[in-house]
Write a protein that binds this ligand. Structure first.
Ligand SMILES: [Zn+2]
Length: 886
């Protein structure tokens, strides 16, 4: 590994693995050659035919479970089939229904492979196709997809009925009441007027395509949320083996589909006769490693258990030949001797984030490994509900699904409301117009819900714990007390919060007329008081009217926190001066950057680089940041505490860290504003942790008035039009992270990029980065010289061991042989017109999931409101300083 020493800057060359590991099932392991139980092979005798019965032969269980033989090899597969009702439809496609509402179109269809266009037709009203044929696997796939969906809708009706009619009314429901009206019980989208994006003509369901013989080498299975397709793998290396032979694998992939459905249920609203549909959809997890993706994998593993009741999945298709199935309980023989159900020996967070049961010493950032913590917790929760409340597997499954659904509804919400109770569109009044409680507001919800404050282990389990307390402990299983729930979470290291955060704190924008919007903090209780005077309204005309807020946050019983460790953010360090630790890894090799760029999407679209001003053609692979390059940067953060940090999240997106010099000069520095003699804004850096000094241009603490450094924007608006197409900044506009050092008259100051490009370089807007934007309204000259690319302006480091750097955590302390995945890299564009020798300081923000003061105000114990996530307080600010050199 070559090191580069240049002044104070010591960066290291990095090797990058830019392969995307999508939501595939493989990648963890299983124990082969388990002791075979006594044979209980099922051989349903098939006699007669299936004409006009809708019946067919299927595998009810995978061949290993059906045979009881864990060493089964190339069996006579016909031994394990059973006759079942498949469908009365004439072909292998069907609508789905929820609460007597039907999907607008087929909800899913089964096809053989990706080149197949026609769906298998019934044979005289039955499904009598020979065992082992392609048709047989299509039928088997259809049967199990349908079985899972029927069970899911049964549980959803039970869960929703509990939450909306008999659940606690102390928290507003997030799950959608009346999803039959919005069709959002299945992959649904708005039909938009081609001439007017905001005009929703109606809503329709997408058809999921499930391929039962998807050619995949290496053998695998996956769900693609962008294409709405499930691929169940097959290839000609082991042509007898189909992923479709193993129903538990089908349930796992379909689990991903259901997660997407639940995440998006709130994103369509209906009030006769019109629909509201949010512009963006939610996914749980990005393309690269993150905690949201790990939660998605854990939930999908749990869906297999939800149907089969077995605490292991993929015994046949994943385990038997590939060592790649997964357990859902600590009792499973796959685990080594360190893991058990005893207190302190469970798969706890964050220690087990990199845990591969078959190779306990290996370490890698993978959503499937990390997701095992989630699946083991959810399985234990289900088992405890069974034993505590003598619940059947079905009833316990309904309870867990109900609170999972409630949780995902809240996390995936892109309306900013979090509940229909406060949605003026649904309620038909405007009392709560402009009041927002989750993911900041309806315009920034994608940025907040998926980047600034995405679901991590803390956010997911805090929301789930709230829903367990209100809807299980208070209602459906009283014996599963709050203490029991907190104790179980703590066994998994997941008691990462101090309150349940139920009294959401958001912002209310009130139009005072004359173009003046008043922005006030508001809570769920404040919003409730705006339209109800008391809680006497208990009539169930519309269930949401029954909401009666508590007004305070429930606190966690601290004596239940024994294994979950919270660490102050000050212990997270940028290791500029630590021996043996590289502060940052730099990638400026052309082909690596090309690969990283090829994978890059933002808001579902490819990211445009600044053609003409920067591009990979300038990349010179000298481990320096040079003019014109696109550079990958990995900050190798150091954990200076004595406990493990999990889910370290680094943000390089815009935030509110600068102040306008003159609040009456608000226009963006562009030719048309200058021609119109508008007052052009200049921005100066606010002091953060005392930097920059006043002599160097820093603005010290200046009090809580709008426009000041101490005041944080409530809406995160950046640039607006003044009504005549002239761009102007919002008063507290969030600004790009990188400042530039500027020298004049023997003074050295830290200034905005716009100031430097104008007074030092004389660059026009068209010579700035983001040239596609320079004539549009997303142009900000404060990122003219260097900018982090959208979609690559954040990084996730899975965990950092105590007194180690992240790279040391992954490499047994040496940092040699480190391979960096895309999740850990941000991409920086460097304008070719920068003079070598120019120094920048980028103020990145970082925090982690088990942080004691990143999510709650340490003084008051209150959860930070969403708007505060555009400021400094919830984060450790990292000054990433570099000099551009040839
Ligand atoms: Zn998966």
């Amino acid at each position: 590994m070559r090191m580069f020493y240049g002044g104070a800057f010591k960066f290291t060359k990095a090797t990058v693995l830019a392969v995307i590991l999508a939501s595939t099932t493989l990648l963890t392991s299983c124990q082969e050659a388990l002791q075979a139980p006594s044979s209980n092979a099922r051989k349903d005798a098939i006699s007669g035919d299936f004409y006009y019965t809708g019946n067919g032969l299927i595998y009810e269980n995978n061949p290993i479970i059906a045979s009881g033989n864990y060493n089964l090899a190339r069996p006579s597969m016909g031994d394990y089939v059973t006759a079942k009702h498949v469908t009365d439809e004439p072909s292998l496609e069907t609508k789905c229904s929820y609460n007597s509402s039907e999907t607008s179109d087929e909800c899913f269809k089964v096809l053989n492979d990706t080149s197949t266009t026609s769906v298998l037709q019934a044979n005289n009203g039955g499904w009598d196709y020979g065992v082992g044929t392609d048709e047989f696997y299509q039928i088997n796939t259809f049967y199990h997809v349908n079985k899972l969906l029927k069970r899911f809708y049964e549980a959803l009706e039970s869960g929703n009925s509990n939450i909306h009619f008999s659940g606690s009314n102390l928290v507003p429901p997030s799950s959608k009441y009346g999803i039959e009206n919005t069709l959002s019980f299945w992959l649904a989208k708005g039909l938009r007027d081609p001439n007017d994006f905001n005009n929703i003509l109606g809503v329709e369901n997408s058809t999921l395509k499930v391929y039962s013989k998807c050619y995949l080498d290496p053998f695998n299975a996956f769900y693609s949320p962008s294409e709405n397709k499930v691929c169940l793998g097959w290839n000609d290396n082991s042509s007898f083996l189909y992923a479709a032979q193993d129903p538990s694998v089908i349930y796992h992939e379909m689990g991903h589909v259901l997660v997407k459905v639940m995440m998006n249920q709130r994103n369509i609203s209906y009030n006769m006769p019109s629909y509201h549909v949010t512009p963006f959809q939610s996914d749980l997890g990005s393309l690269f490693y993150d905690e949201a993706g790990a939660i998605n994998e854990g939930l999908s593993d749990w869906f297999s258990y939800f149907i089969t009741g077995r605490t292991h999945f993929g015994e046949w298709a994943l385990c038997r030949f590939f060592d790649a199935s997964r357990a859902l309980t600590e009792d499973d023989p796959i685990h080594n001797g360190m893991v058990s159900k005893a207190s302190g020996e469970r798969l706890s967070y964050p220690e087990y984030l990199y845990y591969d049961p078959n190779n306990p010493d290996s370490k890698s950032e993978d959503v499937h490994y990390a997701g095992q913590i989630v699946s083991h917790y959810l399985t234990s929760l289900t088992e405890e509900l069974k034993s505590t409340c003598s619940a059947s597997h079905t009833d316990a499954g309904n309870m867990v699904l109900g609170v999972v659904n409630e949780t995902l509804a809240e996390l995936g919400d892109m309306t900013g409301k979090g509940s229909d109770v406060f949605d003026e569109f649904i309620r038909g009044n405007d009392v709560n117009f402009g009041a927002f409680f989750t993911n900041l507001n309806n315009q920034q919800s994608y940025l907040w819900g998926h980047q600034v404050n995405p679901p991590n282990f803390r956010k997911f389990f805090q929301t789930l714990a709230k829903n367990i307390t209100y809807h299980i402990t208070n209602k459906s299983c009283i014996q599963f007390t709050k203490d029991k729930s907190e104790t179980l979470l703590d066994e998994y290291g997941l008691l990462l919060f101090k309150t349940y955060g139920e009294n959401k704190k958001g912002v209310k924008l009130t139009d005072l007329g004359g173009g003046v919007i008043q922005k006030a903090d508001t809570t769920y209780q404040d919003a409730f008081n705006d339209f109800f005077t008391n809680c006497s309204n208990t009539t169930f005309i519309y269930p949401i009217d029954n909401y009666c807020p508590l007004g305070t946050n429930t606190t966690v019983n601290e004596s239940n926190r024994r294994n979950s460790v919270l660490i102050a953010k000050e212990f997270l360090e940028y290791p500029e001066d630590r021996d043996g630790v590289s502060p940052a890894y730099i990638v400026d090799e052309r082909s690596s950057i090309e690969q990283l760029l090829a994978n890059l999407l933002y808001e579902g679209k490819p990211v445009q680089t600044s053609e003409g001003s920067a591009g990979v053609e300038y990349n010179n692979n000298n481990i320096k940041i040079s003019p014109g390059e696109i550079v990958g940067i990995n900050l190798n953060l150091f954990n200076n505490s004595n406990s493990t940090m999990g889910g370290v999240h680094i943000l390089a997106n815009d935030w509110d860290h600068m102040r306008m010099d003159d609040l009456s000069s608000t226009y963006v520095n562009r030719v048309e504003n200058r021609n119109a003699a508008k007052d052009i804004a200049n921005w100066s850096p606010c002091q953060i942790d005392g930097w920059p000094s006043v002599d160097e241009g820093g603005i010290p603490s200046d009090g809580q008035s709008p426009g000041n450094c101490d005041y944080i924007t409530r809406d995160n608006f950046v640039i607006e039009l003044d009504g005549t197409n002239n761009q102007k900044y919002a008063q507290d506009a969030s600004q790009p992270v990188c400042l530039v050092q500027h020298s004049s008259e023997n003074e050295t100051q830290w200034v905005s990029q716009d100031f430097h490009r104008r007074s030092e370089l004389g660059l026009e807007a068209s010579q700035c980065l983001n040239p596609p934007g320079y004539s549009g309204d997303d142009f900000n000259p404060n990122e003219c010289l260097v900018r982090f690319l959208p979609g690559a302006d954040q990084a996730v480091l899975g965990k950092i061991n105590p007194q180690k750097s992240w790279a040391q955590t992954l490499t047994d302390n040496s940092e040699t042989g480190l391979t960096i995945q895309q999740n850990a890299v941000t991409l920086l564009e460097v304008n070719k017109r920068i003079r070598p020798g120019t120094t920048f300081n980028c103020r990145l923000r970082a925090r982690f999931s088990n942080c004691s003061d990143c999510f709650e105000d340490p003084d008051t114990g209150e959860e930070y409101a969403d708007y505060e996530m555009v400021g400094e307080r919830p984060f450790k600010v990292i000054n990433f300083k570099f000099t551009v050199v040839d």
